[in-house]
Each structure stands twice: as C-alpha cells, then as structure tokens.
Design a protein around this ligand. Sequence first.
Ligand code: A2P
Length: 298
Amino acid sequence: MQPEAMHTGGNGRVRVMMESYRLSNNLAVPKLGFGTYKATEGTGAEVVALAVESGYRYFDTASFYQNEEAIGEALRSAAVRRDEVQIATKVWKADMGYAQTKESLEASLVRLKMDYVDFFLIHWPKTDPEDTQWEERLLETWRAMEELLADGKTKGIGVSNFLTAHLTFLLAHANIRPVFNQIEFHPGYLQQDTVDFCQQEGIQVQAWSPLGRRRVLEDSLILRLAEQYNKSAAQICLRFALQKGVMPLPKATVAERMAENLSVFDFEIMQKDMALLENMPQTGWSGEHPDRARVYFS
Ligand code: A2P
C-alpha cells in the first residue's frame, strides 16, 4: 500500500489536498474518510452535503445506520460526479448468509439509488458472541460478496470488527481477500495485534471512532500534545491514526469540525510522542467486542 498524492477538490469553495492509500485490489482511497453512524440523525442529508462541501470524498455507511437514503440523496445533489466519491456500506449481522447478503446489498443500492457501491463490508464476524455457526455463515456470506464483486455491484469487498482469528479463518478459505478491516481504533484502544496482522497481510485498516466518540479528547496526554503541536485533541488522534497507517473515519456534524478533522496532513507527530500515545492505558473503549458480551460503561 503505497501512499500517493491525490487531489480532492470541494465544489469550488474548498480545495483539500489529501493523500491516498493504495489498496490490495489496486484502488486508491483517500487516507481519511467520513463516518456517518449517528452523524445524520435529525439533519439527514444536510450533514453529508456539508461534508462533501468540506472536501470529504469517502463515505462510510451501513444498512444498520439507517441513513443510506439520506446519503444517496446528498451525494446525488452534491456538485460531484458519482465517480468522484466513494461509498462503503455493510451487511448487518442478522442478514449474513448467501442469499441474504445479496438481498442486503440490493436493498442498500435501492436506498442509495445507486447501481454500485465502492466497497461492501461484513459488519461483524458473528451474529453474537455465542454464535457457534459463524464460520459456515461467514463463508456463505463471503461467497456472495465475491459474486457481487464479479457482478460489478461493488468495486471492493472487506470486513469490519474482525480480529486475527476471524481473518485467519477467512483468508484460509477466500478466493478474494478483503481489502479493508474496519475496527475501533483510537489512542487508548489500538487493537494492535489485529492492526499488525492486517498490515502483514496487506489489508488496509480503517478506524471507526477514531476520536473515541470524544471520550479520549479530554485525556491529559492528548491535551498536552495538542498544545505542544498547536493542534486540537481531535487532530492529534487523527494524525496518530495516519502515522500508524490506518484510515480514520471521523464524523462531525458542523462545518468547523469537519474542516478541522481534514486539516491533519500538515504536521507530524514525533516518534517519541507516537510511543506515548501507543502506550496509553486503555481509554475510551466502546465496550464492543465480536467475541464477548457488550460492556456498558456508566
Ligand atoms: P459532532 O457530531 O457534534 O460534530 P468518533 O468519530 O470517534 O465517533 O467521534 C464523533 C464525536 O466526536 C461526535 O460527538 C463529534 O461531534 C465529535 N467530534 C468530531 N470532530 C470533533 C472535533 N474536531 N473536536 C471535538 N469533537 C469532535
């Protein structure tokens, strides 16, 4: 995955220079995308339209997020061509299996009013932590994904929330390898073993919750580094992800924070500070894990 320069322009109002990652299927993606989980509540398409204006060109959604209609509408009315943006959606846990996976993408495409997505991901490896049939279901799901790719319904296929054991199993049986693994990743919750495995295998890691849903933004180390680099706490988290070779998918609802989150290509965190961030005690974990019951924090 060689980074390369890629230009994404706004609709004439904003021009953002963004670098890109080259995926194992040879497609290029911007190094930073826009996450949409709960980002569109209430305001719907307006948030996505604002993100396009701010310079975002990669949009991550899922059937579970229930915002595909709004995203499709926003992208259709934005001043960008379909091939200037990339959209990823996901098949939900309950919809896995050969036929259901195909139906799931068809339904997503109807909601998006698009004839293809750029990436189609498996949202979670298992229906629940006690799922004993997950391996069989995963292979059926992946077979459908490979066919959807061959049919041109998606340009790339990947996974989300997979740990090394799930990936090892999939790689042993897949004809086509996943291009992405999207996991929770932020200072204080790196899942480093999974990141290492993905990077060895040429699977691009994407970070959901790269700001730890704000939970890490008040951390004293991050605040100190923000002051030192004259950047915000959010920018430290995003820059950290980039320097770890990860593609963060931050979400934000106002133009100011959208722009702030894109402005992370003009500084470098020194190695000794990267080490401090890498070694932070566990902070801001969502409580979600594919193999364990959800933990709720008060
Ligand atoms: P908002 O949606 O009100 O803009 P994550 O991407 O880790 O899930 O975090 C999303 C949360 O972080 C949202 O509450 C979002 O607020 C907030 N957020 C996004 N960008 C910034 C920023 N630059 N500074 C502070 N908070 C931010």
